[in-house]
Design a protein. Structure first.
Length: 268
């Protein structure tokens, strides 16, 4: 970090935002709560901004803040070998997803344009009145997750993590000291060794213990997310902050290998 660096927070309150702000202050990094109208012209030309907040608000401010936002590609899960996902996954458009004639798990790949969840058919997917038919949509087979974990990844290594769900219900607990910690870290290490080059240098990786139709239990990838809009749950906020700062920092410091993961401001 440099003396002029600061954490720019979206105006919406979040517990994770508070935890990251406190972590920033502990290392002498200032924070600024951005105005709700998105007018940050007073910060234009000020170097050292890092962003934490949602993608819709980011579209209003990151150009003036000169921040580069890193995120996994929309089709990342579909590019993984099957033994890392253990389910059928496709990325298509909202228009095509509305043609589904049976139940499936449906979500936007990277933003929160509609709630992720199991829909009985394509006609149940919301957003007809405000979303483009070309909005990317991820469709996957319905599976059962016993436990799910969020890992903060930096340069191919898990820096910190947290359990966040048990049987689909919120259940936060630190990864450190968790009975599943070694298995979670071993699975993540295998994944990142094989496929780490397909992720930005800073990413959030969700993994889980899945129950298959045959009743067997296996570790698998749930999804990957952008750190600058991810809850840290019970992860160490000081370590999570390192990942957030890399994932949403000054454009001038964007590494060459991360350029293809930079979010386009014209995207949704």
């Amino acid at each position: 970090m440099r003396p002029t660096d600061f954490l720019a927070r979206a105006p919406q309150h979040s517990t994770t935002g508070d935890l990251l702000t406190a972590a920033a202050q502990r290392r002498g990094l200032s924070s600024k709560r951005l105005p709700a109208n998105g007018d940050v012209r007073h910060l234009k030309g000020v170097s050292g901004a890092h962003y934490f907040g949602g993608p819709l608000f980011a579209k209003k401010v990151v150009q003036d803040l000169d921040v580069a936002l890193l995120e996994p590609t929309d089709d990342w899960l579909t590019t993984l070998p099957h033994h890392f996902t253990l389910r059928a996954i496709t990325v298509t458009t909202l228009a095509e997803a509305r043609c589904l004639d049976g139940p499936a798990f449906v979500k936007p790949p990277s933003d929160k344009s509609f709630p992720a969840g199991v829909y009985a058919d394509g006609g149940q997917i919301p957003g007809t009145d405000h979303l483009s038919p070309n909005t990317p949509v991820q469709i996957s087979a319905i599976v059962s997750w016993l436990r799910e974990f969020r890992l903060f990844i930096l340069d191919g290594e898990c820096r910190t993590g947290s359990q966040y769900a048990t049987l689909g219900h919120l259940d936060a607990a630190p990864l450190q000291g968790h009975p599943d910690e070694r298995e979670v870290r071993d699975f993540a290490k295998d994944l990142l060794t094989a496929e780490g080059h397909t992720l930005p240098s800073a990413a959030v990786l969700d993994v889980g213990l899945m129950t298959t139709s045959a009743g067997k239990r296996h570790w698998a990838v749930v999804e990957a997310n952008m750190p600058w809009f991810a809850s840290c749950y019970a992860a160490d906020p000081d370590l999570a902050l390192d990942v957030v700062l890399r994932a949403a920092g000054p454009r001038a410091r964007l590494a060459a290998q991360d350029q293809r993961f930079c979010r386009h401001l014209s995207g949704t």
